[in-house]
Design a binder for this molecule. Structure first.
Ligand code: PMV
Length: 323
């Protein structure tokens, strides 16, 4: 029983940081993201009764360190299908893995769809989003293309904690310039980082309390195609999340000097009249969001900053699909 799928990475404009329930991976706050066309994961899964354990090959390497989490995830689909069959997963990302570029988002979205396909499960996108969430919170959003909102939900079983589309990518074709300042995998996962923040940062409660306001402001800015408002609230939300990570104990400082230089460069571009804003997830890469007309200029500026190893430009992408 084989299945395959392709899912794209996403970046959050209103971020998710913190869990209400760690076992079910229910986020404490809702989030809003954009799906990136050029950053994707392709995954093939084979369930076979002759396998006695699950195995995972990621980017050509056997990853025993990731198999426990992958097995727990596959169990969710095995329960749905009523089988115990083990699986072999072959997955590849066309961008750096585990470095704050949302490889867990595209990875678990692709794995959910590929596995459902292999097990002949006819699941709705909502149910796939609920399943993907349990692999990685942000993966719930990668099921969809364009602008996507993840609901934190209220049900203790997580049944209303899923993502849905706000508007499709063609409705507001923004572009994203990614400044890569580090290609190695990060040492502390988002999962561990969030727990650390919720237990120790004095700003954590403020983050949770103010998130609903940011979410509505960002959602409204998207519906109104109001770039300036989107820029203002997204940057604020990003800096607030990083204020929480930096004030966790031990501190989680995701930025490199080049990340900070990029922040200043984006601010200067905006002051000089180029509509662009930044966001940064749990890693050192800066993502600059702008209209397609300006992406060349933004890329030139970011590429020239010392410590920026590479830049990628992408438009917004479509839903994840079986392949
Ligand atoms: O989905 P996770 O567990 O990798 O966490 C994602 C956390 C952030 O990328 C920092 C924010 C977000 O909403 O994607």
């Amino acid at each position: 029983m084989k299945g395959s799928a392709k899912a794209r990475a996403n970046i959050a404009l209103a971020k998710y940081w913190g869990k209400l329930d760690s076992a079910l991976n229910i986020p404490v706050v809702g989030s809003i993201s954009i799906t990136l066309d050029a950053l994707w994961t392709e995954t093939e899964v084979e369930f076979n009764n002759s396998y006695d354990a699950d195995t995972l090959v990621l980017n050509g390497e056997v990853r025993k360190d990731l198999i426990e989490h992958a097995t727990k995830f596959l169990d969710l689909l095995r329960i749905y299908a009523g089988v115990k069959t083990r699986a072999h997963i072959v997955s590849k990302n066309n961008f750096p893995t585990g470095a704050g570029l949302a490889s867990s988002a595209s990875g678990f979205a692709a794995l959910a769809i590929a596995s459902a396909n292999a097990l002949k499960l006819d699941l709705s996108q909502k149910n796939l989003s609920i399943i993907a969430r349990q692999g990685s919170g942000s993966a719930a959003r990668s099921i969809f293309g364009g602008f996507v909102e993840m609901h934190a939900g209220q049900n203790p079983d997580g049944s209303d904690s899923f993502a849905e589309p706000i508007i499709p990518s063609e409705s507001w074709p923004l572009e994203v310039v990614i400044a890569i300042t580090e290609k190695r995998e990060k040492v502390i996962s988002s999962r561990v980082g969030m727990t650390q923040s919720s237990l120790t940062s004095p700003y954590y409660l403020g983050w949770v309390k103010t998130s609903t306001k940011d979410l509505s402001a960002i959602r409204e800015a998207i519906y109104a195609r109001d770039f300036e408002r989107l820029a203002e609230v997204s940057e604020h939300n990003c800096l607030k999340m990083h204020a929480v990570t930096m004030t966790s104990q031990p501190a989680l400082i995701y930025w490199k000097p080049a990340t900070v230089a990029c922040i200043h460069a984006v601010k200067e571009l905006r002051t000089s009249g180029v509509p662009v804003f930044f966001t940064i997830d749990a890693g050192p890469q800066l993502k600059a969001i702008c209209a397609p007309d300006n992406s060349k200029k933004v890329q030139e500026v970011l590429q020239s900053i010392p410590g920026v190893l590479d830049t990628l430009v992408t438009g917004l992408g479509a839903d994840a699909q079986k392949t």
